[in-house]
Design a protein around this ligand. Structure first.
Ligand SMILES: [Zn+2]
Length: 71
């Protein structure tokens, strides 16, 4: 069981967004999908619920491809 350190909870990587992040993704992917948003530098991008939703919407097509190649 993975224990989460409460003290190191991350905020969303989108600049000007201070909501707690729920997902961690490759920053490059996020920056490519959410071109209208500024994503903080770093290897990983952490997204809050809302921004993750946006990310998923933006990558709908990609996800379908991912699914097919995933098997
Ligand atoms: Zn956010």
């Amino acid at each position: 069981m993975a224990r989460r350190r409460k003290s190191s909870r991350g905020a969303c990587s989108v600049v000007a967004c201070d909501t707690e992040a729920v997902r961690s993704l490759s920053r490059r992917r996020v920056a490519t999908a959410l071109t209208d948003l500024e994503v903080a530098e770093g290897r990983r991008a952490y997204l809050c619920k809302d921004h993750y939703k946006k990310y998923r919407k933006a990558t709908k097509v990609d996800r379908t491809i991912d699914r097919i190649t995933w098997q």
